[in-house]
Design a protein around this ligand. Structure first.
Ligand SMILES: C[S@@+](CC[C@H](N)C(=O)[O-])C[C@H]1O[C@@H](n2cnc3c(N)ncnc32)[C@H](O)[C@@H]1O
Length: 210
């Protein structure tokens, strides 16, 4: 990666991620899904920690948040300290989770499966560290059901991912979860209010680890 690319990823991208992830629509999604996570929870791509305020101490015993970005983990630190549940932040990629098998009671991922380098490997790792039957709560943007939007998502993604921390506009999140062996017990798909057409198709729900 070039010097400019590295500077972008270290200085501009964390600011962009924080800004993009603070919309009122996304806030409502966080308030809806995060409090459902129970027991010891793994959060993938914890980023700057915007979900941490919404864990419910009556449900979640502790949260382990992983992210490969040291810059975002620094931003997450104060939110981890302010959370109502104990939070541990770990620098790691979802594709190689530094945890024993069957450790976690639930997992949560928001706006991250678009960006991981290898979603199949990441989801296989989530399966490994979740105990059998445990839920993965997901809120993700991805491939639209509208052919014209879909075509534009495919056209724009090669440029978008270069400036957006590898964010893909056109991943079919439901299919990725199914391909990884999860059973989707709740799935809501569709364009949501706010944001551009290319980024507003979301997949939200609960995927059960086999
Ligand atoms: C758009 S941000 C979302 C952050 C946070 N989940 C939220 O909802 O605010 C995407 C996140 O995915 C993280 N990410 C990128 N590649 C990853 C990987 N291989 N494993 C885990 N997280 C990754 C980024 O560092 C970033 O924090």
């Amino acid at each position: 990666m070039s010097v400019i690319g590295r500077a972008w990823d270290r200085r501009v991208l964390p600011w962009l991620v924080e800004k993009a992830c603070r919309s009122t629509t996304i806030l409502a999604e966080r308030k809806r899904w995060v409090p459902q996570a129970a027991g010891e929870v793994l959060e993938l791509g914890v980023g700057s920690g915007l979900n941490l305020a919404f864990y419910d101490p009556a449900q979640a015993r502790a949260v382990v948040g992983i992210d490969p970005s040291p810059e975002l983990l620094v931003q997450a630190r104060s939110r981890a300290e302010a959370a109502a549940v104990p939070v541990e932040l770990v620098e790691a990629a979802a594709e190689r989770l530094p945890f024993d098998a069957d450790r976690f009671d639930s997992a949560l991922v928001s706006y991250t499966l678009c960006s991981v380098a290898d979603p199949a490997a990441a989801l296989a790792e989530v399966r490994r560290v979740l105990r059998p039957g445990a839920p993965l709560y997901f809120v993700e943007h991805g491939r639209s059901d509208r052919p014209r939007v879909r075509a534009w998502q495919a056209r724009v993604t090669p440029v978008w991912r270069r400036i957006g921390g590898n964010c893909h506009l056109d991943r079919d999140i439901a299919q990725l979860l199914r391909d990884a062996g999860f059973a989707l017990t709740t799935l809501e798909e569709g364009h949501v209010e706010g944001g551009g057409r290319l980024t507003s198709y979301t997949y939200q729900g609960v995927a059960i680890s086999p």
